[in-house]
Ligand binder design. Structure first.
Ligand code: ATP
Ligand code: MG
Length: 393
């Protein structure tokens, strides 16, 4: 058996109480899905960590994918060694030499109390071995360049150095399923990422207004969702044909109330879809005060048309913070491609920032919008956006 393995550590486990095993099983399943392109890997799922046995697969290739699986706090490339102090010392020395570090500290965790030496004794043995073998080496207990971790468990003994960071959060799906409104702008893909990271599986709804909005917008949504496929490998996308409804709203509401009423219609359609597909809540990329429809006055009037809870993960973020995150998750370059959104096609000169409910109700009563909403829901186009296959070499 190959001694190379990855040890995966979980995020926020302490808050999970009795649900710990569900959490770990789901994380194990999600990891296997994310790493399905690596057929040689095998898995051992334990109570507070997961082993991924590499069986010859290069760590660096697996690392890239693993760093995007929600629910992982950190993970390390470890070597399994015999449960024997000489073997531990040898591997620690090897690790030190490979790392190129000058200073080090040994950090042993002895979970298997049958191991004859205490953690401190193991640490001292390792320190002695490295100091005597490498004259330039130094112990630094506060800021070592290399931390040598030794984990002694019933099932074996493992030595590792660097802890690579995961994205944290919860395993995808543990928190239920939500419907995200995705626009093709900068904000909504970032909001989607934050929801996924929190364990929420997402379905997406996009409102399209052809011919005012072109197919390029849909291409853009596809490209964005392919990036998000790294966190959720299969994403359902509902495309709502919104042109007729939007035109009618514009006709009756005029430039100042158009966005308010239009967004209320979006809420109604989204809620209907969410009920149909068992999505528990809606989510958007809105941020307080960013545009007229995102003042608290607007939010209140718009949300009154919504019969499901609404999540706004970016509500307190500044645009610069959102942009930084968009760059980090690599949606930014796609999001800034020029496009028309159905919200912007009718140039809205003076959108109201303090909409009045009475005025909104008056507009909505002037036409049979209920039938138009139902028509939109009936004509939704459904797509599945799945992780693109690994490129052939
Ligand atoms: P983004 O927030 O994605 O950058 P934006 O800031 O231009 O776009 P707004 O028009 O202010 O977006 O809309 C706020 C939120 O409403 C978006 O984050 C998104 O969740 C939703 N939204 C806007 N337009 C659409 C659309 N055409 N389809 C689906 N959802 C949309
Ligand atoms: Mg926005």
């Amino acid at each position: 058996m190959d001694s190379d393995r990855i040890i995966v550590f979980f995020a926020e486990l302490s808050t999970k109480g009795k649900n710990i095993m569900d959490f770990i099983r789901l994380l194990g399943k999600n990891i296997k899905t994310a790493l399905k392109d690596f057929p040689l890997l095998s898995y051992e799922i334990k109570k507070d960590h997961i082993y991924i046995l590499l069986n010859g697969t290069p760590y660096e290739e697996v690392k890239e994918k693993l760093s995007k699986v929600p629910g992982i706090l950190s993970f390390s490339h470890a070597k399994a060694v015999a449960k024997d102090i000489e073997a531990i010392k040898e591997e620690s020395l090897e690790l030190y030499r490979r790392s190129g570090a000058k200073t080090f500290k040994a950090n042993c965790r002895r979970v298997d109390k049958d191991f004859p030496l205490h953690s401190d004794e193991v640490n001292r043995h390792i320190g002695g071995k490295i100091l005597s073998s490498c004259p330039e080496s130094k112990v630094d207990v506060h800021h070592p360049e290399l931390m040598i971790h030794v984990m002694i468990r019933k099932e074996g003994c493992f030595v590792y150095g660097i802890k690579d960071k995961g994205i944290g959060g919860y395993p995808l799906g543990i928190a239920g399923k939500a419907l995200m409104l995705i626009s093709g702008g900068i904000d909504s893909p970032v909001a989607a990422y934050l929801m996924m990271k929190r364990g929420v599986k997402l379905e997406m709804v996009h409102f399209a207004a052809p011919p005012y909005t072109s197919d390029r917008v849909i291409d853009k949504i596809h490209d964005l969702l392919h990036v998000l496929n790294d966190y959720q490998s299969d994403i359902k996308l509902y495309i709502v044909p919104f042109t007729a409804l939007e035109k009618k709203v514009y006709e009756l509401a005029g430039p100042s109330y158009c966005v308010t009423v239009m967004r209320r219609m979006m809420m109604r359609i989204s809620c209907a879809l969410a009920y149909q597909h068992n999505d528990l809540v809606l989510a958007t990329g809105e941020s307080i005060g960013q545009v007229a429809s995102q003042t608290l006055y607007s939010v209140k009037v718009i949300e009154e048309a919504c019969s499901l809870p609404m999540m706004r993960p970016l509500c307190t973020y500044d645009k610069t913070e959102i942009i930084d995150l968009a760059k980090k998750i690599r949606t930014y370059d796609i999001s800034i491609r020029p496009y028309e959104d159905c919200c912007t096609i009718f140039t809205l000169k003076d959108p109201v920032t303090h909409p009045k409910m009475e005025k909104v109700e008056e507009i909505e009563k002037a036409y049979d919008f209920t039938s138009m909403v139902k028509e939109c829901v009936r004509n939704v186009k459904v797509e599945h956006i799945v992780k693109e296959e690994k490129e052939a070499f």
